[in-house]
Write a protein that binds this ligand. Structure first.
Ligand code: ADP
Length: 380
């Protein structure tokens, strides 16, 4: 008997069942992730279908699968294909569901100027970079900045009474800014806001989206309520800065989502520290700066220094996370490139994907996608 004939599907599945999904708390075989298992003598091929392309442990799963199956006696080669299929937060037959849109996620903040729109845009770009189908609904009626930040101009077209969202670099975008002239201040009364929100969700042909990121106005007003009433929101992400005052506003924002039964998926701490990089000449053994909370020593190596300053103090997000038992999805540093990119319609996460700030958005996107997968799986 040749050794290759002893390879069985059972032995492959047994080996693969040693791979645990850290977020879902089960092994990948029990979770039904292993598909298309084919044995051809000593050649083994299969697919691992994840619940999101933004899975933080995608590479590690692939490596583990390869090495575990390779050690089975008789296996000559292993071919693993990684795919994904994002679960929907609620069935499409629900009358409030937006057709084709699997997960609607609101990005909110307790107050303006904390970088909510910047986070919403770069988070959407990061999910897109990771392979997801993404849309942005700019519902910040008081300052619809998404078109500017994404470098988008123009007017969406209507087809058979439906609005076609604009598409930029593979991301679908719909914004109040497309409909309102820049120099015309609009006073949004409750009912008007309600019907605009309804139109943006239900009269727009969004197409197939894994994640629709909604940039809400800051605070706890009508827009939040309208959105929560008119569709099934998968969850909300709250953006804050580390200052104590911002932290207070966040408490209100969390309370409001809790009142309308929308789960808060986590917190993004923005402007969490400033990274200053530079070069020096000659011999330098130490570089110390006066930080807001004491002396801060720079890291020195090969004529280059890097200084991390906590401009607004530390731990604001941690305090909130602890008090409300919410995870911190990530921290985004203050980076002038992020502001410049926003102003010229060139999101850093798309245009400088290797920069530290882009990487921090990728981490936030992965943490968020993992949260969404876990919540959707436990709801079924
Ligand atoms: P909000 O939506 O909360 O009002 P914005 O996203 O419009 O805030 O951000 C306000 C300003 O701060 C913008 O000019 C933006 O480019 C800038 N900004 C936001 N986050 C950062 C950051 N992490 N680093 C540098 N600039 C930032």
């Amino acid at each position: 008997m040749s050794s290759s004939s002893s390879v069985s599907k059972e032995s492959v599945l047994k080996a693969l069942s040693q791979i645990q999904d850290p977020d879902l708390g089960k092994d990948i075989v029990s979770l039904g992730f292993v598909k298309n298992l084919v044995l051809d003598g000593g050649k083994v091929s299969f697919t691992i279908e994840l619940t999101t392309p933004a899975c933080p442990v995608k590479e590690s799963f692939k490596e583990q699968a390869n090495s575990l199956v390779s050690t089975i006696e008789g296996v000559e080669s292993v071919s693993v294909e990684m795919t994904s299929s994002v679960a929907a937060a609620n069935p499409f037959d629900n009358q409030n569901a937006v057709p084709g849109v699997k997960n609607i996620i609101a990005v909110s903040s307790g107050k303006g100027g904390v970088g909510k729109s910047t986070v919403a845009v770069n988070l959407a770009c990061a999910l897109h970079q990771l392979g997801a189908m993404v849309g942005i609904l700019d519902a910040d009626v008081y300052g619809p900045n998404v078109p500017l930040m994404m470098g988008l101009q123009g007017n969406p077209k209507m087809v058979e009474k439906k609005i076609i969202p604009l598409s930029v670099r593979g991301i679908q975008v719909m914004s109040m800014g497309f409909l309102v002239a820049e120099d015309q201040p609009v006073i949004w009364r409750g009912p008007m806001l309600h019907s605009a929100m309804r139109q943006f969700l239900h009269d727009v042909l969004w197409g197939d989206l894994d994640y629709l990121i909604v940039d809400l106005p800051p605070g706890t007003g009508d827009a939040q309520l309208s959105l929560a009433q008119q569709t099934h929101l998968m969850g909300a992400v709250i953006v804050t800065t580390p200052q104590a005052v911002s932290v207070l506003d966040v408490r209100k924002a969390i309370g409001m989502f809790q009142q309308v039964s929308v789960p808060v998926l986590g917190i993004v701490e923005n402007m969490a520290g400033l990274i200053v990089r530079g070069e020096y000449e000659g011999n330098l053994s130490k570089l110390v700066a006066d930080g807001p909370e004491g002396k801060v020593e720079a890291q020195l190596s090969d004529g280059k220094f890097e200084l991390h300053l906590d401009l607004f103090g530390t731990g604001g997000g941690d305090r909130i996370a602890k008090a409300y038992d919410l995870p911190i999805l990530g921290r985004i540093p203050l980076d002038p490139a992020l502001r410049a990119g926003g102003d010229k319609g060139s999101p850093v996460t798309l245009d400088h994907p290797d920069s530290p700030v882009a990487k921090s958005f990728i981490e936030v996107a992965q943490a968020l996608a993992a949260k969404v997968s876990t919540a959707n799986l436990s709801a079924t």
